[in-house]
Design a protein around this ligand. Structure first.
Ligand code: SF4
Length: 322
């Protein structure tokens, strides 16, 4: 038996940073012609990456893999300063697709380091954004923590001037216990000026919280590599509503739907809407009759193109000989 009702979270899917990053690669291909190299997956979604690959993007893990003089786009997650230096050394035409909200955190890290503060970054070890942010300050002045226990293990005196920053895709709930422990241990703790959790992360989580009150099950469209998508699953489970992450409709296991009447559907900030539409069709073709949108917050955030790409597009200049 198919569930009778499918509730769609709003907002869901692409955020302004991802929208911009994908558009940057497409516009770079238009302005310079293929190939355009992209450092790291431009966003954490295999469908987006595959579609850009078909259009002529070449994905590399390291900027030093890009031949001299070629066009390279740096991903939305942000990159450490060494990557920019290496790229300059290789005379690349560099287009930076770092999300402006991540850049804001980079500025904070550099400012705190300049002011001689000990920085604590709350984030997941190995995540691309964390690698980029850790690189903004000298290694001795920045420490990564994930849990309150990590705060206890920091080798800093109680009177240290500690300032914290956070990975943008963590939820407020997730950072709250770590921030509380930081406050207990370091009474002189400096907060970031405005919270670093991005509007899109917060809004998508808030929408899942509302869906969780009305649904028996929640499906999140997104890739396993997407931190914010995985977090949406956890937000639902935290409210005792089972939830699964699926890359596409074919990954839905009908066994999950036994006894389920209402399914909530959302998608991570890097998942294209076409994949959500396929899931909706999957349910309709099995007999789900009611499909409603639950609007929690209206979003109207947009970020401008990097100035060098905008100029290039205006000039319409041909690709330089390499
Ligand atoms: Fe930027 Fe937020 Fe999107 Fe990350 S999730 S790319 S910080 S808008």
């Amino acid at each position: 038996m198919a569930p009778t009702t499918l509730l769609l979270a709003a907002p869901r899917g692409f955020c302004a940073g991802v929208d911009r990053a994908v558009l940057i690669v497409e516009k770079a291909l238009e302005a310079y012609g293929a190939p355009v190299y992209v450092r790291h997956e431009i966003v954490h979604n295999k469908h987006v990456v595959e579609s850009l690959r078909r259009k002529g993007a070449i994905f590399v893990e390291d900027e030093t893999e890009v031949p001299e003089g070629e066009v390279v786009v740096f991903s939305a997650h942000g990159s450490p300063p060494e990557a920019f230096a290496n790229s300059q050394q290789l005379s690349h035409s560099l287009i930076d697709a770092t999300c402006p909200l991540v850049t804001k955190v980079h500025h904070e890290a550099r400012r705190y380091a300049r002011d001689g503060k000990d920085i604590v970054l709350i984030g997941h070890e190995g995540h691309q954004e964390v690698v980029g942010t850790m690189g903004q300050a000298p290694p001795r002045s920045i420490n990564l923590v994930e849990t309150p226990d990590d705060v206890d293990a920091l080798e800093l005196g109680e009177d240290a001037e500690v300032a914290y920053i956070t990975q943008t895709t963590l939820s407020m709930d997730e950072t709250a216990s770590v921030v509380d422990r930081l406050r207990q241990r370091f009474p002189l703790l400096h907060n970031p000026k405005k919270d670093d959790i991005c509007y899109a992360t917060q809004n998508r989580q808030d929408a899942v919280k509302v869906l969780a009150e009305r649904c028996d099950l929640i499906l999140v469209v997104g890739s396993q590599t997407s931190s914010n998508s995985k977090r949406l699953v956890e937000v639902s489970k935290d409210r005792s509503v089972p939830a699964y992450l699926v890359d596409e409709a074919s990954e839905i296991d009908p066994a999950w739907l036994e006894g389920v009447e209402t399914v909530g559907l959302t998608s991570g900030a890097s998942a294209p809407e076409v994949l959500v539409e396929e899931v909706i069709d999957w349910f309709k073709s099995r007999g789900t009759t009611e499909v409603d949108t639950v609007l929690v917050v209206d979003e109207d955030v947009e970020f401008a193109m990097p100035s060098n790409l905008a100029r290039r597009l205006q000039e319409g200049a041909p690709r330089p000989a390499s």
